[in-house]
Design a protein around this ligand. Structure first.
Ligand code: CA
Length: 221
């Protein structure tokens, strides 16, 4: 999953980027509201974390412009501690959730996981489940028939994307756009290698190849 982080406090942004990347998210970072208006609506993000106090255009205005332009992905706003007015204005402008600074990184992590599941219509799942697999996003480990299967970081990122989009045919370019940030070179051969590793670990039938179209997750593991 690919996230946009809009935060002008550089040390906080660095810290959040590191922590989100460790959790297997591809992260693009912007500090200016003007850049955010454009990039947020032109790149295929899965979720946006948006600070409200920003140079250029204030975060609230950025959010209003995104929503007016038809952007439907989850947006989590970061607000100053105790600023209930900010939170109310943020929710009115179309935020899906908010977090007051300072916050614990784990709280952000859990809120992001839950927003992403909810956006995919999987709000009822406390952990990600599909095709007999349970994905533990905290441990980055998948369980199959009660047994843990260890995953590399890249396999985890790919499997999470598949499990959030079961039964959909996903092209390699689509997958690459959602698994890598804007600065990573995208190599579809690498994706193929990870798909094959997942099949070896989880069963061949779990990911189908649709020639010329892409991959579909959701067969029998
Ligand atoms: Ca700020």
């Amino acid at each position: 999953m690919r996230l946009l982080l809009v935060e002008d406090n550089v040390s906080l942004a660095d810290e959040l980027t590191d922590s989100l990347q460790r959790q297997g998210y591809a992260v693009d970072w912007l500090a200016d509201g003007r850049d955010a208006v454009y990039q947020g609506s032109s790149e295929p993000y899965d979720l946006i974390v948006l600070d409200l106090g920003l140079p250029g255009i204030p975060g609230l205005e950025v959010l209003k412009q995104w929503r007016a332009g038809g952007l439907v992905i989850p947006v989590l706003i970061l607000t100053a501690r105790g600023s209930w007015a900010d939170r109310i204005e943020g929710l009115k402008a179309g935020a899906d959730d908010y977090l007051s600074k300072p916050f614990h990184p784990e709280e952000l992590q859990l809120r992001i996981q839950s927003l992403l599941r909810r956006a995919r219509g999987l709000a009822n799942q406390p952990t990600l489940e599909a095709s007999g697999l349970h994905l533990d996003e905290g441990r980055q480990c998948v369980t199959r028939e009660g047994e843990d299967v260890q995953l590399t970081a890249a396999e985890f990122r790919l499997l999470r994307y598949f499990m959030l989009h079961p039964q959909q045919i996903l092209s390699k370019s689509h997958l690459a756009e959602h698994l890598y940030n804007g600065e990573t070179e995208r190599d579809s051969n690498v994706l193929e290698v990870h798909v094959n590793h997942l099949r070896r670990k989880l069963g061949r039938g779990v990911i189908e190849t649709h020639r010329g179209q892409g991959y579909r997750f959701g067969g029998v593991a």
